[in-house]
Design a protein around this ligand. Structure first.
Ligand code: SF4
Length: 209
């Protein structure tokens, strides 16, 4: 008998998308467990290891249950780093359920399946991005951490097509990070670097998950 696809899952929940250009849209999140990076300021440390092994049918059952009460047309695979696992069957199944699918990745793994929205969020110190992601990203997100420099903003901006928006995202609601994000935005603008904007995490403003 063929084995049913199993994924390591940290949580499945419904909320609005709080980050990036899809901000405000009702979304079901599937948070995959495991990450290959160790960002000091990570706000999902619980998802970096552990998680539970869940079969594809059980993930879909949870998603369907959430959708009964929450009018989401988008599903977002996040983490941890979702692309460390074999996500193709899940992406295809979610699409068959009628969802548009977003993947949020740290950029260190190629995305082997077509998705409707790919968010690439390169992380310090290397801000590494797999070549295959460059043309597929619908948005690029940089968390304004202590490590983020103007040179790193420039390097990431140059790595992606000008038409791909680059978002500076303050770290949570930290005042120092918001001020730094503003300074970086102004400096980038003075230098004529294109298509950079500042967006805060809406779910943190609203104090929801
Ligand atoms: S890449 Fe994301 S999940 Fe992984 S450690 Fe960094 S912030 Fe946390």
């Amino acid at each position: 008998m063929p084995r049913r696809p199993i994924l390591r899952i940290a949580e499945v929940f419904a909320s609005l998308q709080g980050e990036g250009l899809r901000q405000g849209e009702p979304t079901v999140f599937v948070r995959l467990a495991g990450c290959n990076l160790r960002c000091a300021w990570c706000d999902t440390k619980f998802a970096r290891r552990g998680g539970g092994e869940v079969s594809l049918p059980d993930i879909l059952a949870a998603v369907r249950f959430l959708r009964q009460a929450f009018p989401a047309t988008w599903a977002c695979l996040t983490g941890g780093e979702p692309l460390l696992q074999e996500t193709r069957p899940l992406v295809r199944a979610l699409r068959r359920e009628g969802f548009r699918v977003q993947v949020e990745t740290n950029g260190t793994r190629e995305c082997p399946v077509g998705v409707d929205w790919l968010t690439v969020s390169p992380k310090p110190p290397r801000f590494a991005v797999q070549p295959g992601l460059v043309g597929k990203a619908r948005e690029v997100k940089l968390v304004v951490s202590r490590e983020l420099t103007l040179a790193a903003v420039r390097a990431v901006r140059r790595r992606f097509p000008v038409s791909t928006p680059l978002i500076l995202q303050p770290h949570g609601m930290a005042a120092w990070s918001m001020k730094k994000a503003w300074r970086l935005l102004v400096e980038a603008g003075r230098r004529g670097w294109p298509n950079i904007r500042l967006m805060v995490q809406l779910h943190k403003v609203l104090k929801i998950k």
